[in-house]
Design a protein around this ligand. Sequence first.
Ligand code: MG
Length: 255
Amino acid sequence: MTRILRLSVLLMCILSSAWIVSAQKTQVIAHRGYWKTEGSAQNSLKALEKADSIGCYGSEFDVWITGDGMLVVNHDAKVDSVVIEQATAGEVLALKLPNGENLPTLEQYLELGKKCTTRLILELKPHSNRLREAKAVINILLMVESMGLSDRMEYITFSADALADFIKYAPAGTPVYYLNGEKTPQELHAMGAAGLDYNQGVLKKHPEWIKEAHDLGMKVNVWTVNKEEDMRWSIEQGVDFITTNEPELLQNILK
Ligand code: MG
């Protein structure tokens, strides 16, 4: 073997082992649960069960508080003509998801979460009323604590106020991530966040934030990554978590 050939083989081994190390580090989070499956729907109980059944690191879901104080799981602020923030629990819980389930309460979601091993990635949606948003944070934390789930939870939010409240009131060490994309890793570190959970467009514009976050001891999550080429880019950049609508595709790439 010539010297150049030996060196190229060595280089290839180093590069492929670096790829394996970075690939193993990245974890899969199912976005709104694993909903692209038979009988499932976004943010349904079935979607959480399916995400758990394929061994996702985490299953993400969205939370609102109704006008009369019930915590419920749904993505959109409004379903049909019902505005969740202004509606009663009775009105909201009568709504049907596309898979036929009734829109779930957070308590139902967490009860199922107890039987799963996947981590529960709870997104609190930004509410129009700051007071009700703060109430949602406190009620979520009290419910989670009373159900013995504190160490299974991670919190994410677009609201800087809710971010600060989760960091302040959640048990020490609970991971809390910011979604909105405008804060630097240094700013999030100063606030006490576990890291950034940003749109892939933001991280493509600021790939240096990934290393900066890691250097500060923080984690990086990227959403919502559904295409194979984008998954590979995120893995190569060394992100810790990828949130995706295609968890099985991502799992296969990581294998
Ligand atoms: Mg969400």
